[in-house]
Design a protein around this ligand. Structure first.
Ligand code: GDP
Length: 455
């Protein structure tokens, strides 16, 4: 899916614009203790085709020094990944020095930019937008995010820039067919020294693995085609290329950026964690990117040979599961496989799990079963407003096909049509997701949940 990043200094109305574009489609935001949540993404379905919008709350958060390290990480990820940038400015306040700095940064990305003059609430204010032409951007939209003025023309402009268009059923079938015939893309990600290269070597070194070809190298990863147990895979190897880095933070910035690119392209993410060292902040950050991108995921607990090596096997596994359940509590859907890349241990098991995830994604839950399940759950365990007439009322739920240009198989997306749709809360949505999982556990497969309907 194409990604549009919303960029701008504080208080220009980025969040308001984000909410306007997202409508009811804001993705479920999990409570993530210890994980920064500077980037929020959502789907915008206002145009002929869906695109993803990304709020970069981080940029310019500190007006004194707009390029502090943390901000730089967040901003560079957003700028790097986005296909189009919405540069938001405030017509009321006029051009500020930070706007000028941001304009330079954005031009350097060489990505298409639409200058969005926000707070154009009145005719008089709209006249103020002329001043912004000196920032040098050709495409200028005037909007009032709060009042909804100018949003449709902006969406049209975005669609045009991204060359989004409605695709015919025939084209859609063709795309699906191509997807099915493609090897499954496995992104091998994790922080430095987790054992990614060793894992790739262990996979390629197995007797049953046949490496047929090393495909084109991208800037951020190496793609390796291989066959394992007669099935084709494409490994997206982020360890394959090591950048020269001056300081440690650079290593981290690059490795997170690289991970993000790989995650976006993957069908299944293999998050490699050094379980002897335990999960670290960076592991959780990468896990959060996987969650935000709604990608199927397996937690590869590597260096298991070093994890309490003298204890009994069952105790070791139990302890590992308990510990990682705690560390990655927000990534509940991801199953765990303990490996030792160095000893080439459990590589076969990993592929059994990969195939189980593939099967999980391809299965569908029947609409009848789905509706019965959720209606029953809501009847037995009503939401926050109980059974009152102000409460969320489910009319109908259905699973829709999603358009993820990268994924071989789109992840399940459940859309609930409802009255008083805005009364749905995040935790209740998560509860309903867990209800669906009782019927259809689908380990490793994330679910998208959304609500549509009148207030
Ligand atoms: P990468 O940076 O994630 O690609 O990590 P590497 O594959 O280069 O591994 C980092 C270090 O950990 C190397 O010294 C490996 O030999 C070691 N290593 C990798 N996997 C294992 C494992 O399963 N067990 C043990 N004991 N060491 C491992």
């Amino acid at each position: 899916m194409k990604t549009v990043a919303i960029v701008g200094r504080p208080n220009v109305g980025k969040s308001a614009l984000f909410n306007r574009l997202a409508g009811l489609n804001i993705s479920i935001v999990h409570d993530l203790a210890g994980v920064t949540r500077d980037r929020i993404t959502a789907e915008c379905r206002r145009g002929p085709q869906v695109f993803q919008i990304m709020d970069t709350g981080g940029i310019g958060a500190n007006t004194e020094d707009i390029l502090t390290e943390q901000v730089q990480v967040e901003a560079s990820i957003a700028l790097d990944v986005a296909d189009l940038l919405l540069f938001v400015v405030d017509v009321f306040e006029g051009v500020s020095p930070i706007d000028q700095t941001l304009a330079t940064i954005m031009r350097r990305t060489r990505k298409p930019v639409i200058l969005v003059c926000n707070k154009a609430d009145s005719e008089k204010r709209r006249l103020g937008s002329g001043e912004f032409s000196r920032l040098g951007f050709e495409d200028i939209a005037e909007v009032s995010a709060v009042h909804g003025f100018g949003i449709d023309p902006l969406v049209d402009m975005i669609s045009e820039k991204l060359e989004l268009r409605e695709i015919s059923e025939e084209e859609e079938n063709e795309v699906q067919e191509q997807r099915r015939n493609r090897p499954l893309k496995l992104a091998i990600i994790g922080r430095p020294n987790a054992g990614k290269s060793s894992l790739v070597n262990a996979i390629l070194g197995q007797e049953r693995a046949i490496v047929s070809e090393v495909a084109g190298t991208t800037r951020d990863s190496l793609d390796i085609h291989c066959t394992f147990n007669g099935k084709q895979y494409q490994l997206i190897d982020t360890a394959g290329i090591r950048r020269q880095a001056k300081v440690d933070t650079d290593v981290e910035i690059f490795s997170i950026q690289r991970s993000y690119q790989a995650i976006k392209r993957a069908d299944i993410c293999l998050l490699v964690v050094d379980c002897a060292e335990g999960a670290k902040m960076q592991d959780r950050k990468i896990a959060q990117l996987i969650l935000e991108e709604k990608k199927p995921c397996i937690l590869v607990m590597n260096k298991f040979d070093l994890f309490h090596p003298t204890a009994k096997q069952k105790d070791r596994l139990d302890e590992l599961k308990e510990m990682m359940g705690r560390e990655f509590f927000f990534l509940t859907y991801a199953p765990l496989v303990a490996t030792s890349a160095k000893e080439k241990d459990n590589i076969g098991k990993l592929f059994v799990q990969i195939e189980a995830v593939r099967k999980g994604v391809q299965t569908r839950i029947g609409t009848g079963v789905l509706n019965r399940l959720l209606h029953e759950a809501i009847e037995n365990t009503p939401g926050p407003l109980g059974r009152s007439r102000y409460a969320f009322k489910l009319l109908y739920v259905t699973q829709v096909g999603d358009t993820d240009e990268y994924a071989q198989v789109p992840v399940p997306h459940f859309v609930m049509f409802a009255n008083r749709a805005t009364k749905m809360t995040e935790s209740y949505l998560r509860f309903l997701e867990s209800v669906i999982r009782t019927e259809w556990p689908a380990p490793g497969v994330p679910f998208r949940m959304s609500v549509r309907g009148k207030d």
